[in-house]
Ligand binder design. Structure first.
Ligand code: SF4
Length: 280
């Protein structure tokens, strides 16, 4: 790895010009097909899976360059049968947060992921509304029940669970009830994030959510099978076609070139333009 790139990255992370977290899109397919999905994920879309060995190599590169943590997203990462082992290998290099819809935690999968409780691995589960019917409207029938059933079983195994809430509109009373719910499930306030629906992917087709461009998002290097992007909100899919407006580099290994491109863009951005929607 280039020491010049590592030094640039260290300076950019310490000045909050870029995030210390690097994202990996493990796959694009999903057992759900949510109305606001950024990636138009569904059971039958192409998986576009990032090879496991490549993911671990990218994690190694990221650690050497000075990134501080990893995020794994999709699609639904737990559709990959190799994910529990992969998370363990990724955590050898950097702390990992994996995003999941929380609906696939069978007893067998719970057994496979239980050892992750001893590693720096957190699971971030989507839960949008405190009432089952409202929650399931944008996601899928029975989604609420499965998530609310899974969270305590993960927590009791010692796994770190976070909750991500994605909303079209914020309603203070409803949000208060949702917070009561996540606390009752064993997830503290510091592990709950709330963000708006972003109008990309399926949300764009449905005319849902807030308009956003690169200035709306923190610069967070995001690697997919197609290349490296500005943010995890970059490699979205609209009408079946990958959006490349936030593509930073087609080359992702070694990681230096993609990091340098991201830094060139982030350093050229007017101050105050970053992360204006507070979307994470
Ligand atoms: S929003 Fe998440 S859970 Fe819903 S379809 Fe997309 S990837 Fe799957």
């Amino acid at each position: 790895m280039s020491t010049a790139t590592a030094q640039r990255l260290a300076d950019a992370i310490s000045s909050d010009t870029v995030s210390g977290r690097m994202w990996l899109y493990s796959n694009y397919h999903c057992n759900l097909a949510c109305a606001y999905c950024l990636t138009e994920s569904a059971p039958k879309v192409p998986a576009r899976q990032l090879d496991g060995i490549r993911m671990v190599g990218l994690a190694q590169d990221a650690a050497q360059l000075g990134f501080t943590e990893l995020g794994v997203t999709g699609g639904e990462p737990f559709l990959r049968s190799d994910l529990p082992d992969l998370l363990r290998e990724l955590a050898d290099h950097l702390p990992v947060t994996v995003l999941t819809n929380g609906t696939l935690f069978t007893r067998r999968l719970l057994e496979r992921i239980s050892p992750l409780a001893h590693l720096p691995v957190a699971l971030q589960i989507s839960l949008d509304r405190p009432d089952p019917d409202d929650n399931d409207l944008m996601r899928a029938p029975d989604n609420f029940r499965k998530v609310v059933d899974a969270i305590p079983r993960l927590v009791e195994r010692g796994l770190e669970v976070r909750i991500a809430t994605t909303l079209l509109e914020e309603d203070a009373g409803e949000l208060a009830r949702l917070c009561d719910l996540h606390r009752s499930l064993g997830v503290s306030d510091e592990h709950h994030v709330v963000r708006p629906v972003v109008r990309r992917g399926r949300a764009e087709i449905g005319n849902l959510g807030v308009l956003a461009d690169y200035r709306s998002f923190e610069a967070e290097l995001t690697v997919t099978v197609d290349g490296a992007f500005w943010s995890p909100f970059g490699p979205t899919v609209t009408n079946g076609v990958l959006d490349i407006d936030l593509l930073v580099s087609r080359v992702t290994r070694p990681l230096d070139q993609a990091v340098d491109r991201l830094l060139d863009l982030a350093e050229g951005r007017p101050s105050g333009d970053d992360n204006v929607l507070n979307i994470r």
